[in-house]
Ligand binder design. Structure first.
Ligand code: ATP
Length: 263
């Protein structure tokens, strides 16, 4: 019996590429409606693969989920096309920023609304709403995306996803390559969107310090396995997490037994 409070339930998934390379072998977590969950872990831990599995984008990369279940609003995601998931409100922003560089910022945003029903007036309303959250995009609305900064491209990619009116936004490393102040700005805006609209967010991040500062809960991946989950506030306090994931010295710097060594 699905729990209505849970928007996404990932249970013991295993995933491979080319039927040969095991990327995930035991990843579990749940996201409640209206919550931000941070997926943390080092390079290659399996964050991107998990997000692609959740969005049913693995088959496009010769990947597959071989065991376990992923349920979005109670339904098995592996049985639905990625486009159908977007229409159902599960909207990914993956793989860098993916803006159309030869389109303006506003054209990029409008492109995000194509495919959904809605009049021009509704699209304009959504554009204004997005500009309210990202004032810099309004300033740059007539600029070609290729001429905007990395931070503005990231905002454009998020804004374009918002045009699909998501209920669960799936974000891969929004901080990648951006200056700390811009990263804070983006996370603050995500938090505001979450608080004001109830948008649920799954965000993969290597920048654990920032992600734990804005998330409600977090799950840590190591070598394709989820090794630790908890409230972000609790994880921030834990010395082992501070030492191994936030780059701060704990005393004594002993790794707890349940956190496996990174090979
Ligand atoms: N398209 C692919 N084909 C084959 N193996 C892949 C593919 N994508 C990822 N992998 C492998 O799967 C494992 C998990 O990678 P993944 O990209 O999910 O990790 P990550 O935590 O997102 O790391 P990063 O931060 O570097 O993106 C790695 O061993 C990686 O080499």
């Amino acid at each position: 019996m699905p729990n209505d409070d849970v928007i996404l339930a990932v249970d013991a998934i295993h995933a491979t590429y080319n039927h040969a390379i095991t990327a995930l072998h035991g990843v579990s977590f749940e996201i409640r409606r209206g919550e931000i969950l941070a997926l943390l872990g080092a390079n290659g831990a399996g964050k991107t693969t998990t997000l692609k599995a959740v969005s049913n984008l693995l088959p496009a990369e010769r990947g597959q989920v071989n065991a376990g279940t992923i349920r979005y609003e109670g339904a098995d995601v592996t049985r639905r096309k990625p486009g159908d998931l977007v229409r159902a409100g599960l909207v990914p922003v993956l793989e860098g920023r993916h803006c159309f560089k030869s389109l303006t910022v506003e054209e990029n945003l409008v492109a995000g609304g194509i495919g959904r029903s809605g009049s021009r007036a509704e699209i304009n309303q959504d554009l204004e709403r997005i500009y309210g959250y990202f004032p810099r995009l309004k300033e740059k609305r007539r600029t070609l995306s290729g001429l905007t900064s990395g931070g503005e491209q990231q905002m454009t990619a998020i804004g374009r996803a918002l045009m699909s009116r998501p209920r669960l936004l799936v974000l891969d490393e929004p901080s990648m390559g951006l200056a700390p102040l811009i990263v804070q700005d983006i996370f603050r805006t995500l938090r505001k969107l979450n608080r004001e609209t109830g948008l649920s967010i799954l965000v993969a991040e290597q920048n654990s310090a920032v992600a734990l500062g804005y998330a409600d809960h977090a799950t840590v991946l190591e070598n394709g396995v989820s090794v630790l989950s908890g409230a972000a506030a609790d994880l921030r306090q834990r010395e082992d997490v501070r030492a191994f994931y936030l780059g701060q010295q704990a005393s004594p710097a002993v790794k707890p037994a349940h956190l496996h060594a990174v090979a």
